[in-house]
Design a protein around this ligand. Structure first.
Ligand code: XBP
Ligand code: MG
Length: 251
């Protein structure tokens, strides 16, 4: 099958957003609303088992704060907390605090030059995607992506395949004409569940997840002069992931 499009996860894949982006933003929202909740780095790793910010807050309350008396408007409170968290997170991104991961900008540029289409399939809120692209990739780069599938447009978040199926439908492409880029066990379950061959770049929160079904598992996408580390699979003697390698994987 000819490669037509690349579909990228955002959090953990385009940039390491979780530990120093989403996590402090959640904590600022909790403090702002007078809650004594604080998610340290280790606890946040456990909470990442659940994708989606609102879903994660509810999981925390149900599994870690059984002492907490939920008010009758708990759903509204979660929604308000999440809006505050999104405000803090996008503010953080606007300061340029979160750079793209190695090789991301290079591969996106190469893919565009090679005529490949680009898409995004993420659990996070659309405003967060826009902010990351604007402040980390550059003003106007949202237009590089034909499809941005994000947040609550599908009710079932990753590991359900729904967000990828939504993106495929919007692209009007078969899964076998695409490659997905993911960083987590939940992410690859979603992309493979939609039938899309998947490349994984791990990070500190996901390097012990299971990726049996990946085309390759790498430390990052690498750069010509800063090679990536291969955890699983074969990158044909290259130092980094490029369009030639992606095409070879798909054939
Ligand atoms: C990302 C997530 C998200 C973010 C928070 O998962 O799990 O929940 O942590 O985003 P993936 P929101 O990388 O697999 O898409 O708070 O905006 O939901
Ligand atoms: Mg991710």
């Amino acid at each position: 099958m000819t490669l037509k499009a690349l579909i990228f996860d955002v959090d953990g894949t385009l940039a390491d957003t979780e530990r120093d982006g989403h996590r402090p933003a959640f904590n600022r929202a909790f403090a702002e609303m007078g809650l004594d909740w604080h998610w340290d780095e280790a606890l946040y790793g456990e909470l990442l088992a659940v994708t989606g910010g609102k879903e994660r807050i509810k999981y925390y309350v149900e599994s870690f704060r059984r002492d907490y008396q939920k008010p009758s408007n708990f759903e509204e409170l979660v929604a308000e907390l999440h809006r505050a968290k999104t405000r803090h997170y996008t503010q953080l991104l606007s300061s340029g605090a979160i750079p793209l991961r190695p090789g991301v900008r290079r591969l996106l540029q190469q893919a565009r030059e090679a005529g490949l289409r680009l898409a995004i399939a993420t659990t996070t809120t659309p405003e967060n995607v826009t902010a990351l692209l604007r402040y980390s990739l550059g003003e106007g780069t949202e237009a590089w992506f034909d499809v941005i599938a994000a947040g609550d447009i599908v009710p079932a978040k990753k590991p359900a395949p729904d967000i990828y199926l939504w993106a495929l439908d919007a692209l009007q492409l078969a899964p076998s004409a695409c490659l997905a880029f993911e960083d987590s066990g939940n992410g690859i379950k979603a992309s493979r569940g939609a039938g899309i061959p998947t490349v994984v770049t791990v990070n500190g929160y996901t390097d012990t997840d299971a990726f049996d079904d990946a085309l390759a598992v790498l430390s990052d996408l690498g750069e010509p002069d800063v090679p990536c580390r291969v955890v699983q699979g074969d990158i044909n003697g290259k130092s980094c992931v490029d369009v030639e390698l992606l095409k070879a994987w798909l054939s």
